[in-house]
Design a protein around this ligand. Structure first.
Ligand SMILES: Cc1cc2nc3c(=O)[nH]c(=O)nc-3n(C[C@H](O)[C@H](O)[C@H](O)COP(=O)(O)OP(=O)(O)OC[C@H]3O[C@@H](n4cnc5c(N)ncnc54)[C@H](O)[C@@H]3O)c2cc1C
Length: 473
């Protein structure tokens, strides 16, 4: 079979590439091998099946559970005994995933993309061999091939995964009972989100993090505030704690670690290993394809996601850059447009990051530490949600918004938010930075009252010590 474009991988990088290529009037096939625990195939990759979507479904449900228990009474809403029906919560999570992954098939159909389920292997000469579940193979020929095979959780040799007691993030999204004691190795985005879910549902959660500080990639004012909130939730986060091994003993897992206090032991019912992800290229490149792979396993690409082989491209988690669904999506769309001869770029300087904890954390651009290190003169404005009428009305007046601006030309260099709906609020900052708005442009933009977005407006005013609703310092 001949196609203009064959995409290997149907996650958030691959399926948008396939759809955009079809919108560009190219003939397209998208091959994906994702298999769920029940044996069913599904498009959508890690994000839809085992990442962004199921985690957000559980974060939402668990947050509502906690709020019903702790917050409704403050609003004057009295409920009887609040009990957890985890089976119903998990059913809802699974049904959202099913609807979303099924939606991709509908999008493929309406755009004329041929979706194929099976393993894709790149052969020399831009051919792709597809092996279906029953072992039958088919060879596709393509003018252009897009590799979007994503990533897989990093496993630790000394912490042997068994999928029952010692698990990865996917297993941890599908627990059918709340573990009494949960250990998490890694206080990154995934570890914090999963730790929050199970803590809210009743687990005693201990997170072991090797780094001496929390969220080293985030602005440290925000990270320090986040640590306070996580402690308040009851997450026991041990920083500078290096795990040397874990052993399943009966129904429990014994974890050995060392931190500043010396050797430590932790006994838990489940242990989640969330120490990061690595690019996934197993069985992908047949001999003679000559696609470059770096020492860490990433497929090497230029700024337009071109590999060293003509007409072979790679996008998403399998290439350099942050492992985020929206970064992969934009790369997929860019590549599909470039294949069709159109101009397209990804602005790697303006990629938002969000952590969906409570309060949420979101940022775009440089941290204060990065700006300071660059030597550029800067000014900072911040605004606390405690002074936001909307946040107060929502009983969510925690956190703040911080804007870092350049002294020389008033450019917005970074925006960092910890607070209610931070992931939604950051969109305005992304747009402002994408269109090179100055801090003054934000100051002169009318924001509806009372909204959370006023925090961004006031923070921009605070940059020049002109905030109206907070004391300027
Ligand atoms: C718990 C968790 C929560 C997350 N939350 C967020 C979030 O809130 N926001 C966010 O932006 N990111 C989040 N991420 C990260 C996000 O899921 C990834 O960045 C994103 O899925 C990467 O997209 P991708 O298309 O590159 O790869 P993937 O989503 O991994 O998809 C790759 C697909 O290719 C298939 N494949 C691989 N090799 C082959 C082959 N040889 N032949 C055929 N098919 C193949 C795989 O089976 C898979 O279906 C989260 C991740 C996890 C684990």
């Amino acid at each position: 079979m001949n196609f203009d474009v064959v995409v290997i991988g149907g996650g958030p990088a691959g399926y948008p590439a396939a759809i955009r290529a079809a919108q560009n009037k190219l003939s397209v096939a998208c091959v994906d091998e994702w298999k769920n625990f029940d044996g069913s195939y599904a498009f959508g990759g890690t994000c839809l099946n085992a990442g962004c979507i199921p985690s957000k479904a559980l974060l939402e449900s668990s947050e509502l559970f906690l709020r019903a228990k702790e917050e409704f009474a403050i609003h004057g809403i009295k409920l009887g005994d609040i009990t957890l029906d985890l089976a119903a919560m998990q059913k809802r999570r699974a049904s959202i995933v099913k609807t979303m992954t099924g939606g991709i098939l509908a999008l493929f159909k309406s755009n004329g993309v041929v979706g194929m389920q099976g393993h894709g292997r790149l052969l020399p000469g831009n051919q792709v061999e597809v092996t279906a579940a029953d072992g039958t193979t088919l060879v596709l020929t393509a003018k252009d091939v897009v590799i979007a095979t994503g990533s897989t959780p990093i496993r630790l040799k000394t912490v042997p995964h068994d999928g029952v007691r010692i698990v990865d993030s996917w297993n941890a999204l599908e627990f059918d009972a709340v573990p009494k004691r949960l250990g998490v190795i890694g206080a990154g985005v995934i570890g914090l989100e999963l730790g929050s879910v199970w803590r809210r549902l009743g687990s005693e959660v201990t997170i072991l993090e090797a780094a001496p500080q929390l969220l080293p990639m985030a602005d440290q004012t925000i990270a320090k505030e986040a640590l306070r909130h996580f402690k308040k939730l009851g997450l026991d986060i041990k920083l500078g704690a290096t795990v040397s091994g874990a052993t399943v003993k009966g129904d429990a897992v014994e974890v050995e670690y060392a931190d500043a206090k010396g050797a430590g032991k932790l006994t838990v019912d489940k242990l989640v290993v969330a120490v990061g992800r690595r690019p996934f290229t197993a069985g992908l490149l047949a001999e003679g394809t000559e696609v470059g792979v770096d020492a860490r396993g990433f497929i090497t690409v230029d700024e337009h996601c071109r590999t060293n082989v003509a007409h072979v491209w790679a996008v998403g988690d399998v290439v350099r850059g942050p492992m985020l669904a929206h970064k992969g999506k934009e790369e997929g769309v860019m590549v599909a447009d470039r294949i069709a001869g159109k101009a397209a770029d990804v602005n790697y300087k303006v990629i938002p990051a969000v952590i969906y904890t409570a309060p949420e954390i979101a940022w775009v651009g440089q941290t204060e530490e990065e700006v300071k290190a660059s030597g550029r003169a800067y000014k900072v404005g911040s605004f606390p949600f405690a002074a936001s009428g909307r946040a107060r009305a929502m009983e969510a007046a925690q956190g703040s918004t911080k804007i870092i601006s350049a002294v020389d030309n008033d450019d917005i260099l970074g925006v960092h938010i910890i607070g209610p709906m931070a992931g939604e609020l950051i969109g305005e900052a992304v747009l402002a930075m994408e269109y090179s708005a100055s801090t003054e442009d934000l100051q002169r933009t009318i924001h509806a009252h009372p909204t959370l977005s006023e925090a961004l407006h006031e923070a921009s005013l605070a940059v020049d010590k002109r905030a109206i609703d907070a004391i300027n310092r």
